[in-house]
Design a protein. Structure first.
Lengths: 307, 303
């Protein structure tokens, strides 16, 4: 909670309290027009003392009121980004549904066949994909699957808001794969490490000596215990996805909050910037908290420790 | 090889091995060089940096010169074709690396300096100073790096110093955590206790006793952070909030020529390739060094 509060201070300070007066930078050259400048200052509440400004802003924001958009007169920020939040959340969900099971598979297989050719090549692939910026992967995918090599998938994700999202899944494929490729290296690496640790424990040797097949030992006995320590990494990566959508949505013209943030920064639409930055930071804080709780719930030892 | 004559001085070091005579990071670097991945990373990195540094002298045209109609496919005059307003793509690729590399290096150094300072102070001071610093870092961590940069760029404008600073700040938390953890561990050791007992000042203890002992993990982190810096800096340019036209910059080029990717893919693919190869190379180096550090011996394959 304290973190969230401090986050709100940073967002507020960056957008309204910096020396480069928001009203002036919004108006640009028109700031010379004294009347317009004063009017905008009044509208933004910049003529009041800074602490009062922050207090009213925080009160509004915590009741879900982010004010009115500056770029699109008369529209509330909430109505402007409401739909986009859904789109982005759905995109992250699709990416998570692709990347997490795949990471678990890859992690378990590479752990079971440690130092095999497969393990080494996956490791090198992980290093490469962990390094590549998501817009680089995205463009390569576009060139390969949408424009130059084959034209199987749309290069631009124009979501029709009147049609349910589930029926427009093809539009999600490329952005979701781009995001997944950035996340899989981290999660699968972590899972590999924790699976190896579990495979070396005594109860696994016991299960093997009991005559259980390698597959049963890996999937039934080892994996559930190996996933525990990975939850934190999964949560961190989901939070990362929330940030990664910015470039990916921009690249694919996907109508989510990431693309909205870019538009807002370009138009200096301060209330929208504030809303989206707060939202993304809140997602991070909440995901981290959830991961902490899940780790405790999953590990019986920690659970009894709570009592 | 001839047997080297041993001076009394050197003999002394054999008897009382001084850890800092050959710094730990040099030994690790030697170990890392044996790995195929480190070599590949270093070689690619050198090639890309060489292109970025010497490219402008080899460019057939000026990066802002109009050499033909927009979005022409590769030809004898323009080997990689022309871009969205008719610049030579090859010349712009050759000139567009400097900004990416210089800004990323600067941002990483800023992050390292800020992070190490905060981490050392937090780890050594403990109690409320430690608590306050770690809280502050939690706040930075809550923002996705790109969003943090965009937040400040939105009001102050796309200024290069601001971008370098914000990318550096976004690196700060993890470097500081790493430094703090290592400091907490080193501070317990006898030689730090001894230095404290001798009345050596705190800042000197931190610099002379603690810092050399954590240089290796920091170097791994530097490589990782450099990779992310490149991605972030190029990403900001790609989004239109980094370098501004008509500058030649790999990230900016992708943004400018994206609309023509169907007609002239080379104008997009060439800078994408350069950025991609550079980030993979820096990450390979960081990985190789990290492996050498934890003592994972050479892979079964020569990779």
């Amino acid at each position: 909670m304290l973190t969230l509060f401090l986050v709100s201070v940073v967002v507020f300070a960056a957008t309204q309290a910096l020396p480069g007066d928001a009203a002036r930078s919004i108006l640009g050259r028109e700031a010379a027009n004294k009347a317009a400048y004063e009017a905008l200052r009044e509208k933004l509440g910049l003529d009041r003392p800074i602490t009062t400004q922050y207090a009213t802003w925080l009160a509004d924001v915590s009741s879900g009121d982010f004010g009115e958009s500056l770029a699109q007169e008369g529209r509330s920020v909430t109505s402007l980004i409401g739909n986009r939040v859904l789109n982005s959340a759905f995109l992250v969900l699709v990416a998570a549904l692709i990347s997490i099971p795949l990471s678990i598979l890859i992690g378990a297989f590479t752990a079971a066949r440690r130092d095999s050719k497969f393990d080494v090549s996956v490791n090198l692939g992980n290093i490469a994909f962990a390094a590549l910026p998501e817009f680089v992967t995205g463009i390569v995918l576009v060139v390969l699957f949408a424009t130059t090599v084959v034209q199987w998938l749309p290069a631009v994700s124009r979501i029709d808001s009147d049609v349910p999202l589930e029926s427009q899944l093809t539009l999600f494929i490329l952005p979701a794969i781009t995001l997944s490729l950035a996340v899989i290296p981290y999660v699968s690496r972590m899972l590999r490490a924790s699976t190896i640790e579990v495979l070396e424990s005594e109860y696994v040797t016991m299960a093997r000596l009991k005559g259980l097949s390698g597959g049963v030992v890996l999937w039934r006995h080892s994996l559930p215990n190996a996933i525990g320590p990975t939850i934190q990494v999964i949560a961190l990566n989901l939070a990362w996805l929330a940030g990664g959508i910015v470039t990916v949505e921009y690249l694919f013209g996907f109508p989510g909050i990431g693309a909205a943030l870019i538009d807002a920064v370009a138009n200096r639409d301060v209330p929208v910037i504030q809303a989206i930055c707060l939202l993304l930071a809140a997602v991070y804080v909440i995901l981290n908290l959830t991961a902490d709780i899940l780790t405790i719930l999953i590990n019986p030892r920690l659970r009894t420790g709570l009592r | 090889m001839s047997t080297p004559s041993v001076t009394p001085d050197e003999l002394l070091t054999v008897v009382t091995p001084d850890e800092r005579r050959v710094p730990q990071w040099v030994t690790t670097a030697r170990e890392a060089w044996r790995l195929g991945r480190t070599k590949t990373g270093v070689i690619i990195c050198v090639v890309v940096v060489a292109i970025a540094v010497f490219g402008p002298y080899a460019a057939p045209y000026s990066p802002t010169e109009f050499v033909g109609p927009p979005f022409q496919m590769p030809s004898a005059t323009a080997w990689l074709g022309t871009d969205y307003i008719g610049h030579d793509v090859l010349s712009r690729v050759l000139c567009g690396g400097r900004s990416v590399i210089v800004l990323s290096l600067a941002a990483t150094v800023v992050g390292l300096v800020l992070g190490v300072t905060l981490g050392l102070v937090a780890g050594y001071a403990r109690r409320w100073v430690d608590e306050a610093i770690m809280r502050l870092l939690d706040v930075v961590l809550a923002f996705p790096a790109l969003v943090l940069a965009l937040l400040f760029v939105s009001i102050l404008g796309p200024q290069l110093w601001l971008i370098v600073l914000m990318v550096g700040i976004s690196h700060m938390p993890r470097i500081a955590r790493l430094t703090r953890a290592a400091t907490l561990e080193v501070v317990q050791r006898d030689f730090v206790r001894a230095a404290e007992a001798l009345g050596v000042s705190r800042s000197r203890i931190l610099r002379a006793e603690v810092l050399p002992n954590i240089s290796s993990p920091l170097l791994v982190e530097f490589g990782l952070r450099l990779t992310y810096s490149i991605a972030l800096i190029a990403g900001l340019s790609f989004l239109g909030f980094g370098l501004q036209p008509p500058a030649a910059d790999w990230g900016l080029m992708i943004n400018e020529n994206r609309i023509g990717v169907v007609v002239q893919p080379w104008a997009v693919v060439a800078p994408v390739f350069m950025i991609g190869v550079l980030t993979i190379a820096t990450n390979l180096m960081a990985d190789g060094y990290g492996r050498a550090l934890v003592g994972i011996e050479r892979d079964t394959s020569s990779a």
